[in-house]
Design a protein around this ligand. Structure first.
Ligand code: GDP
Ligand code: CA
Length: 340
């Protein structure tokens, strides 16, 4: 069986640990198509937070306490940059992590596409699954905010009277890491998406897939940028493989992270049902055949999407593998036209 997973960073990486366990047990082949909308160039280095979260987590090099970055990290370079008052200072780059960015940036500057670079980095981390960036082209998530910065600085609340003049776009990382999403926020823009092409191997993997899983990643800033690459959404909606999503929301709260802030920007409630509605049913032009929710959110259907309730807490590998097994069974059920 060939499984393709659309995924973001930390939540997606945890999910992939369970997918890999399932694959080891059953002999399935796994390809993860990873969000690149978080990618950013800082201090001349190309940083791919979601790809790195997946690589480090699957490769056993992630920091389990912090939830991101490398275990056993040190911060000498960050301290030295601070001594130079080099900006941006709000993004933490650890010494071990920087080595990854140096290797990646060197390879990109030598002309290798990000997919080839990711494959090269994978030879060290041996993630046990195939990792592909959604695109080799530039795609960055920017966030349109009001922060009063274009006014005279005295308004404080960001209101300038004409409604629009204080709007500006900042990189998603600045919105997320620096401001914790706590700015008046208007919308997300996936810069470059319309001209981006799926990375080498992505469309073939989707075409050959027996099942497509949407990880319980942030739907707004992890999964949506993947789907914004022309061709990827179509490969799902028109493909033969059933598509099953896993809810990142349990009991009306994101388990971890700020999916609630992101959903609020879209005016979408932070519920498992509303996230399914955002993805839509494949029978009516959307993405999903099946949707997994936690028992606290139990529902039998969302519109035309078949819903199953199983515990969705990714507390350890076994619990996550059980979720994945349920997702594959749900895919099989929708394929059989069981349509419960
Ligand atoms: P990021 O790119 O690092 O922000 O990570 P992702 O977008 O891949 O995943 C973040 C999302 O994972 C969060 O918004 C949470 O809703 C979700 N999440 C984290 N832990 C769990 C869990 O144990 N169960 C479920 N169902 N979702 C989780
Ligand atoms: Ca991310």
């Amino acid at each position: 069986m060939r499984i393709v997973v659309l995924t973001g960073g930390i939540g997606g990486a945890k999910f992939l640990v369970g997918v890999r366990a399932y694959a080891r047990r059953t002999g399935a082949e796994v390809t993860a198509v990873v969000n690149v909308g978080d990618d950013v160039v800082l201090h001349g280095l190309r940083i791919c937070p979601d790809l790195d979260s997946v690589l480090y987590t699957l490769g056993g090099g992630a920091d389990p306490q912090r939830g991101w970055g490398r275990v056993g990290e040190t911060w000498t370079v960050k301290e030295e940059l601070a001594a130079y008052q080099a900006e941006p200072s709000w993004f933490g780059l650890g010494d071990r992590d920087i080595a990854t960015h140096l290797v990646r940036t060197t390879m990109l500057n030598a002309g290798y596409p990000l997919s080839a670079v990711t494959e090269a980095l994978s030879t060290r981390w041996e993630p046990g699954i195939r990792l592909l960036p959604a695109t080799d082209d530039r795609l960055e998530t920017h966030v349109v905010v009001s922060d009063g910065s274009t006014g005279d600085g005295s308004t404080g609340d960001g209101s300038t009277g004409d409604g629009r003049s204080d709007q500006r776009a900042i990189h998603f990382q600045e919105w997320w890491v620096r401001y914790r999403g706590a700015l008046p926020t208007h919308r997300f823009v996936f810069v470059g998406a319309s001209e981006a092409k799926p990375a080498a191997g992505v469309l073939a993997a989707l075409h050959d897939a027996d099942v497509v899983l949407i990880a319980p990643s942030n739907p707004v800033v992890s999964i949506a940028p993947v789907l914004a690459v022309p061709g990827i959404r179509e490969a799902l909606t028109d493909g033969a493989a059933p598509v099953v999503g896993v809810s990142p929301v349990i009991g009306d709260a994101p388990v971890r992270g700020m999916a609630d802030r992101c959903l609020a920007v879209l005016g979408v409630p932070c519920t498992a049902e509303a996230v399914a509605g955002l993805y839509g049913s494949r029978r009516s032009g959307g993405l999903l055949d099946g949707w997994l929710v936690d028992p606290v959110d139990g529902a039998s259907r969302v519109g035309e999407v078949t819903v199953r309730a199983v515990p969705l807490w990714m507390s350890d590998e076994a619990a996550t593998e059980a979720m994945v097994t349920a997702a594959i069974e749900l895919a099989d059920a929708t394929r059989a036209g069981a349509g419960e």
